[in-house]
Design a protein around this ligand. Structure first.
Ligand code: NAD
Length: 375
């Protein structure tokens, strides 16, 4: 019997993405999967139900979940949602495991196999499944557009009849996936871009995209390509050089994160007070508390009518069509190698599956999660 894939409506307020798009739905059906979606679930991502040819539309989440073999979701399931799911089903979704220990526990009790998209290993073979990257890239792009929209100046240099306009100075802090996309986007808009990351390895990447790298003389290269936490002395040295650049910038997009920990505070209130009048900070690290001391996650702070600090949450959701298409493709690339004639058989010898599984057969499977001490 073919497996039943269920794709529900996302219930977190403001979430506009969906874990399926018409292209992935078609491919799944061609593989023999019985694809089911909650009626109207894709409307927030601007896909109407009639675009999902061959997909069975189900009225309620309860009815959808009750006999599902596999579930695709964007946001971590709530306890209520988990309770509607059959024991032993497979769910692929973001899980934010360090914030949701109760969910992990419940998934163990229900012997649910959960594939947590945050845990997809950052190896070359898994790039097409890497939802953190696909969504971060959208944030970087959109973050720059938010900055351009709020800026008091043009981004490009303009030669006009009324004189020549100097290009905006844009500073990108944190040059991971979001930061690199932010650099590329700000360059396309014609700004003069500089960038900074604690990992020295990013210098070449920033420069290859046309940004000038801010060299503070501090490197925080850590394990697995991630940043380590800096010592107090290193932080001070980093800060002094960075502050100068911050105060010269018209728009700053911050993306600096340390996985599983609060975002480092890189822009102090005192430095904001010395920034250019009309400057804008777009703090894409708001989910983790933000990189600016004055950031209020989910809000826009107007600092004395001089500097605007915007702390958007769930930015990929603001580009719901492409964010959903990319995310659905990531899910498809993760599970489709294990679907044969409509049946799903995960291979536990497979490096990607073994690392991405958070729970399986009543146990926490992820070594990374267990070792992180966050459970
Ligand atoms: P992230 O979202 O965890 O962090 C964003 C950036 O902030 C990182 O570059 C980090 O070094 C930087 N940062 C942290 N603290 C900082 C501070 N105090 N000041 C300035 N910058 C700071 O990063 P990410 O986008 O998830 O990428 C993490 C790593 O994974 C990168 O090395 C990236 O190249 C790598 N990666 C590899 C693959 C792959 O090979 N398949 C895919 C995606 C990402």
């Amino acid at each position: 019997m073919p497996i039943r894939l269920a794709v529900p409506n996302e219930i977190v307020p403001g979430e506009r993405r969906i874990a399926l798009d018409p292209v992935v739905a078609k491919k799944m059906i061609e593989m023999g999967v019985d694809v089911r979606m909650q009626k109207g679930a894709a409307a927030s991502a601007l896909f109407s139900d009639d675009k999902f040819e061959g997909v069975t539309l189900i009225d309620s989440a309860e009815e959808l979940y009750k006999d599902a073999d596999m579930i695709f979701k964007v946001q971590p399931p709530t306890l209520d949602e988990l309770n509607m799911m059959p024991d032993g089903c497979v769910i692929a979704s973001f899980m934010a495991p360090h914030l949701n220990q109760d969910l992990t526990q419940r998934m163990c009790e229900k012997k649910i196999t959960s594939l947590a998209m945050e845990l997809v290993p950052r190896i070359t073979r898994a790039q097409s499944m890497d939802a953190l990257s696909s969504q971060a890239s959208i944030s970087g792009y959109k973050g720059v557009l938010m900055g351009a929209d709020r800026a008091a100046v043009f981004f490009p240099m303009l030669t006009t009849a009324a004189g020549t306009i100097r290009p905006a100075k844009v500073l990108i802090i944190g040059a991971g996936v979001a930061g690199l996309q932010a650099i590329a986007t700000a360059k396309r808009l014609g700004a003069v871009v500089s960038a900074y990351d604690v990992r020295a390895a990013t210098k070449e990447q920033c420069e290859s995209l046309g940004a000038k790298f801010v060299d503070t003389g501090v490197s925080a290269d850590g394990e697995g390509g991630y940043a380590r936490e800096l010592t107090d002395e290193e932080k001070q040295q980093q800060q002094e050089v960075l502050d100068k650049h911050i105060c010269m910038s018209d728009v700053i997009v911050t993306t600096a994160a340390i996985p599983g920990r609060p975002s480092p505070k890189i822009i102090s209130a005192a430095v904001v007070a010395n920034m250019k009048v009309g400057a804008v900070i777009i703090d894409l690290a708001s989910e983790g508390g933000g990189n600016c001391e004055l950031t209020k996650p989910g809000e826009t702070v107007d600092f004395e009518g001089r500097v605007v600090i915007h702390g958007p949450l769930n930015v990929p959701s603001q580009v719901p069509v492409h964010a959903s298409e990319m995310y659905a493709k990531n899910l498809f690339n993760l599970v489709s190698p294990f679907i044969k004639e409509g049946e799903l058989e995960l291979d536990w010898e497979d490096e990607v599956i073994a690392n991405t599984a958070l729970t399986h057969a009543g146990e926490i499977k992820s070594e990374r999660y267990k070792n992180s001490g966050e459970q």
